[in-house]
Design a protein around this ligand. Sequence first.
Ligand code: PLP
Length: 450
Amino acid sequence: LPTAELQAIDAAHHMHPFTADGELKQKGARVITSAKGIWLKDSEGEQVLDAMAGLWCVNIGYGRDELADVAARQMRELPYYNTFFQTTHVPAIALAQKLAELAPGDLNHVFYANGGSDANDTNIRMVRTYWAEKGQPEREVIISRWNAYHGSTIGGTSLGGMKGMHGQGSLPIPGIEFIDQPNWYAEGGDTDPEAFGLERAQQLEAKIKEIGPEKVAAFIGEPVQGAGGVIVAPDGYWAEIQRICRKYDILLIVDEVITGFGRTGNWFGSQTLDIKPDIMTVAKGLSSGYVPIGASIVSDKVADVLAATEFNHGYTYSGHPVACAVALENLRILQEEGIVDRVREDTAPYLAEKWHSLADHPFVGETKIVGMMASLALTPDKSKRAPFAADTGTVGYITRERCFANNLIMRHVGDRMIISPPLVITRAEIDTLIERARKSLDEAYEIVKE
Ligand code: PLP
């Protein structure tokens, strides 16, 4: 079918996530037909550089036949079975063993989910069950951060700190509390970044005291806030958060859905930022997005307590054999091809140098990067870190549109532009990414200046 016809059918029948319907009907969605490496091809034959790795997930890049072969083989051998009621299968066993090996510390136990949102739902029930089993059932409250993203299920949306999402569906559920995010650029004023980070971390202690430590089950945070705009906490923030969690015996859930599997230059963001979680949420890069799978990776401390009871929780597709087999092959490729090491030692430092070079643009207020996730803030006044006055999102949206027109997928969150390319991006491809980004920034600047 011609593109226009596909777009018309799409707009008539397909409800897109996070997309305004009017926008779809007016412009039509871009139809992606195939992909290889970091390049998408659309129905008009255009080659588009995907600087978002899909939704931060295609870590090994598109078009790896090995994953397709493993999926086909697994579908022929055992297309489905579950691990409820004392059954198991080899892909679930092998992947759990591999994750226990890769995950830091004593994170040795894996509870499978379909993605990040429902893994976080598992976490809510798991930490509350943990405290109930320890004889403290009143410890139910989970503290999160404004502007965090933890998924779109009822539980995931509740844990997330996106007010616009809470407004749709009367959320959060009871027992979720929030502290402010460590976003120095937008909220730090004249305070020095580290002092600001410390102050934001200490909000956790104040919140625990306000609620009563005997009622608090856990704190949840992304090592680097992704969907919130790639917000990197100032140095010292995570050390303080952990000090407070330990002081009040509060479980630490680290949501590594984006930061896992090489994104920050180590296997996990927790290693990059020296965080020691009790539970880690993973998804996305676990299978490089080739199949849906997520998991909670759980410490000995938590698993030992849960082992005393039956945890009445699980999804039909928890530990789906095809998903586990594909994820395992993905991890093999990441490991055997040295992709994580190459990111840390070569391509991430190269991207950092190029990304920071955009800071000289009249439109760019700050550039931030950790490994292969980066953001820049758009501003009308660099010296004041000023936001654009009108409708937030507009200038970011215009810039994203210019990127799109220049065959570059970048995302915007308000007036922050963000990237998270496949980890296999080469130096030459990074050069192309930066050239297109600069061109798009120039074009957006011309539009906005008027
Ligand atoms: N947690 C974080 C940090 C995420 O970024 C996301 C998705 O972007 C999720 C959870 C939700 O994962 P999923 O979309 O696989 O349900």
